[in-house]
Design a protein around this ligand. Sequence first.
Ligand code: ZN
Ligand code: ZN
Length: 178
Amino acid sequence: MLLDLKALTGPREHLERTYPVSAFDATGDFTIGAPVRLSCDVEKIRDCYRLVGGLVTRLCVSCSRCVEPCEMALDVTFDLRYVEQALNIGVGEAEIDDDDLSTAFYCDDQIDLGKLIREQLYLGLPMKILCQRHCRGLCVVCGANLNVAGCKCSVEWRDPRLAALKELLAGKTVKERE
Ligand SMILES: [Zn+2]
Ligand SMILES: [Zn+2]
């Protein structure tokens, strides 16, 4: 999954690539559920290369609430500046702005597109993934998947943070009574 920069013919080139699911190792956070379609423009600007484009795929993840496996479409766009790694050695952080998140590195006249894709997939992954918009999650008492069946536990303080608050409030009330 390397992009050979020496093979680029013009100052700007369009790139369309599709990678099969098997090209990616499984990660702890998701597995790739459909071929990854990468589409971007590569532009040479002095010693740097600017890659502007996007990628589309499907990810198999687990729902943040009920932990059931679910699939989500992912469509991310990026605008990255690639700086040659060697140019940066010894210069430390001075050359690259700390908060310039869109800077990446290349070496040996190659850009690692596999790394680019993995990073973009992580960035595109939402903080909270739900199998359905109104996923009811798991019962904190018995662990039942509440989307599938109800349970007989009290539903009043299902949120553990609220339960902790309730305990605090209860303790306070007892003290006040003493
Ligand atoms: Zn769910
Ligand atoms: Zn329950």
